[in-house]
Design a protein around this ligand. Structure first.
Ligand code: GTP
Ligand code: ZN
Length: 360
């Protein structure tokens, strides 16, 4: 196998590697070149190629499910020429999908092939646990590894306590407190990010500020910059797919800011692995965890291992997901088995730790 295309060309900074090169062999022999999709609009797309950015026409059959249309982060095969054409997509490792509120039953693909999903949570105001759980479910479902970043640690009375409280919501997820003001946690964060990274979180959570700190530049638009733009113009063109100095790629598309759940059964199972684990101990396989005898979920509530709030959030997100999924086609799911095992292990350690604390 030849590595001449894979290692020191311009695409490796965007995540191209030997494995992708191998899956591209037949496209290479057909005279096609690899490209990563930066953005799609009006039947055309912006892509990055080995020789730099290009605008390409979409020349592939419309898929039955629009979720399978090209989106930011996709790897594609391009036919070069005076009018470059995108003729095929490489198989995705995963995709972040937004449930559309429209009449159509389809979701919208926001970012493909994401490895790390940063869930940004501001410590400047009380956190919203359900929102965090929702974003974690979305991340897991997309095949990405979530990382919780507590921003604005300089504004928190007790950041250490906040990390502990939020880590409880998120078995198997690293939680890092950061501050753009003091630089706290930025090295730890940079080290926790691998591959293609997205920043999720509500407006004002500090995503752009984090992104700029990671990039070491002011490429992304921040609240502070906008405040100076007194005309309310938000026309700054976002760089939607940018290599990070320490390796990896940052995707920042506007649609990622404020996504709902769609078809995220597995993602929810992972966020609420603790509840799923309790439920396995219930006497009845179809236990509704209300007043059934031998309900291990109710027992966990009684013992304090599980909070009412978390159980309510679980039920609410399950209803929301069931509603969204009933409107959508079945989609490709990422396999999460090894992660589930890691989460189960981390839960066991947590419970063992609590037991030891109680006994001492
Ligand atoms: N004190 C403090 N302020 C911060 C920190 N990080 C961000 N901010 C401020 O919080 C505000 C919101 O930050 P942004 O980075 O624009 O938030 P965002 O999540 O990108 O918001 P949207 O673009 O609306 O989605 C800005 O005024 C930032 O200057 C921090 O670590 N400490
Ligand atoms: Zn039960």
């Amino acid at each position: 196998m030849s590595f001449e295309h894979s290692l020191d060309d311009g695409l490796s900074a965007y995540g191209w590697d030997a494995g992708l090169e191998q899956s591209f062999t037949s496209h290479r022999s057909a005279g096609l070149i690899p490209a990563r999709v930066v953005g799609v609009d009006r039947g055309a797309c912006d892509v990055i190629t080995e020789t730099g950015p290009l605008r390409a026409r979409l020349s592939l059959p419309a898929p039955a499910d629009p979720v399978e249309s090209p989106c930011t982060g996709d790897w594609a095969a391009l036919r070069p020429g005076p009018t470059p054409e995108l003729v095929a997509l490489l198989p995705r490792r995963g995709v972040i999908v937004r449930s559309t509120a429209s009449r159509t039953s389809h979701g919208q693909a926001l970012a493909a092939n994401v490895d790390t999903a940063v869930v940004a949570v501001s410590l400047a105001s009380p956190p919203n646990p359900s929102r965090i759980e929702r974003l974690l479910a979305l991340a897991w479902e997309s095949g990405a590894q979530p990382v919780i970043v507590l921003t604005k640690a300089d504004q928190a009375a007790d950041p250490g306590q906040a990390v502990t409280a939020i880590a409880e919501l998120a078995p198997g997820v690293e939680t890092i407190a950061t501050s753009a003001a003091t630089g706290q946690g930025m090295d730890t964060l940079a080290a926790a990010l691998t591959g293609t990274v997205v920043l999720l979180g509500p407006s004002g959570a500090g995503k752009s500020t984090l992104g700029n700190a990671l990039l070491g530049t002011e490429l992304l638009e921040t609240g502070a910059v906008r405040a100076q733009d007194g005309k309310g113009r938000h026309t700054t063109v976002r760089r939607r797919l940018v290599p990070l100095p320490g390796g990896g790629v940052l995707i920042d598309t506007p649609g990622l800011r404020g996504v709902g759940l769609l078809d995220a059964d597995e993602g929810l199972q992972q966020v609420f692995a603790d509840i799923e684990e309790f439920a396995e101990q219930c006497r009845f396989g179809d236990c509704g965890h209300d007043s059934e005898p031998g309900c291990a979920v109710q027992a966990a509530l009684a013992s304090g291992d599980l909070s009412e709030r978390r159980l309510d959030s679980y039920r609410k997100l399950q209803r929301e997901n069931a509603w969204a999924s009933s409107r959508s086609d079945a989609r490709l799911r990422a396999q999460h088995d090894d992660r589930k095992k890691a989460i189960t292990r981390s839960l066991r350690e947590t419970y063992a730790f609590r037991d030891r604390q109680r006994r001492s």
